[in-house]
Design a protein around this ligand. Structure first.
Ligand code: UT7
Length: 326
């Protein structure tokens, strides 16, 4: 039966110029390349300049995505930004970005804060708005300036995170309602608010009037992440009527290569079909998935027709999944 399908018609990304390696970190805290790379798979990450804003990085990623899609800012019906590190407490980074892009006055713009699941949440929102007929074309961005909320003296966390932005341009199109359609085939989002203390920032507007620093109970997050990402993956496959063996690429949130490998094994996806960018991006939270999408399309890994399974998990706890045919 004919149905509305949301297609990705362009993608883009931006990484700040400065690269911080594990060796650089070993001069800042008591750590070493061996510990970081074996425990996390991370070798380097990009760090934004002090004056580089979240909206600046988002703008560069969206400009690349719009060029890739062959559209201009006035074609956009929505600007949606997933971030936990906004420029300001208010207005939303999406509104600041909309101003910088020069979209039509009246175009809705808002932020989604679902931490590392932010892009999965945002694309779910945008897909639903397309299906309701509220929008046709949108920019959906995942962007983080995590270096600004990292405690650079805490070796438990400062080795993990990086900055960057990824964006997709989506557009309403038609499908047959089968798993062979091109576009977003299924979405699913979840949260468990009883686990806020396992991954959080130590500050915020109401509590401390500053943004605080990231704190994490790594072992608890690790255990939860594997189960949650598998649950979300099974659910989107079920919704779409697809099977594990149909997957061309597993593109999970990039937090830790051991978590990614474990999810891949549990989903029976061969190692060569698992996309890894955490080695050179670190954990960029809401930016990790669109960054990996854009990089993998640009380097020719993800091709037209490929079925890509995208699970994520982050602070909240939040988790979810997307199943997209490119
Ligand atoms: O994006 C949102 C989701 N986030 C995640 O998914 C992250 C999930 N968690 C993880 O990736 C892992 O738990 C970590 C990479 C954060 C930590 O790995 P772990 O194998 O769980 O290590 P651990 O926390 O148990 O620490 C083991 C040891 C400790 O020393 P002792 O107590 O055994 O003597 C730490 O103090 O490693 C020590 N350690 C370090 N040593 C060198 C912790 N950080 C470092 C470091 N360098 N940077």
């Amino acid at each position: 039966m004919k149905c509305i399908r949301t297609k990705i018609i362009g993608c883009g990304h931006y990484l700040p110029e400065k690269v911080l390696t594990n060796d650089d970190l070993s001069k800042m805290v008591e750590t070493n390349d061996e510990w970081i790379s074996t425990r996390t798979g991370i070798r380097s990450r990009h760090i934004a300049k002090k004056e580089e804003l979240t909206s600046d990085m988002a703008l560069k990623a969206v400009n690349m995505a719009m060029k890739n899609a062959g559209i201009s800012a006035e074609d956009l019906d929505l600007v949606l930004v997933a971030t936990a590190t906004p420029d300001k407490t208010t207005p939303a980074t999406a509104c600041i970005l909309a101003g910088k892009l020069g979209v039509k006055v009246g175009t809705p713009a808002f932020d989604v804060n679902a931490a590392c699941s932010g892009f999965v949440y945002a694309l779910t929102m945008a897909d639903n708005m397309v299906k309701l007929g509220q929008i046709k074309t949108a920019a959906v961005v995942g962007v983080e300036n995590l270096s600004k909320i990292v405690d650079w003296q805490d070796r438990n966390t400062c080795v993990l995170f990086g900055d960057g932005a990824g964006a997709v341009i989506i557009r309403a199109s038609e499908g047959e309602g089968t798993a062979e359609d091109t576009g977003i085939l299924a979405t699913k989002i979840y949260a468990d608010g009883s686990q806020t203390e396992n991954l959080y920032a130590t500050g915020g507007v109401a509590e401390t009037q500053n943004s605080g620093f990231i704190k994490m109970n790594g072992k608890e997050v690790f255990k939860f992440a594997v189960g949650a990402m598998c649950e979300a993956s099974h659910e989107v496959l079920r919704i779409a009527g697809a099977k594990e063996e149909d997957i061309d690429w597993l593109l999970p949130h990039q937090a830790n290569s051991r978590i990614i490998a474990s999810v891949g094994q549990k989903l029976n996806v061969a190692d060569e079909k698992v996309i890894i960018t955490v080695d050179h991006h670190g954990n960029t939270s809401a930016a990790s998935i669109p960054l990996a999408i854009s990089e993998s399309v640009a380097n020719g890994k993800i091709k037209t027709g490929d079925l890509v399974l995208i699970p994520a998990m982050g602070a909240g706890f939040t988790w979810g999944g997307l199943l997209i045919r490119f």
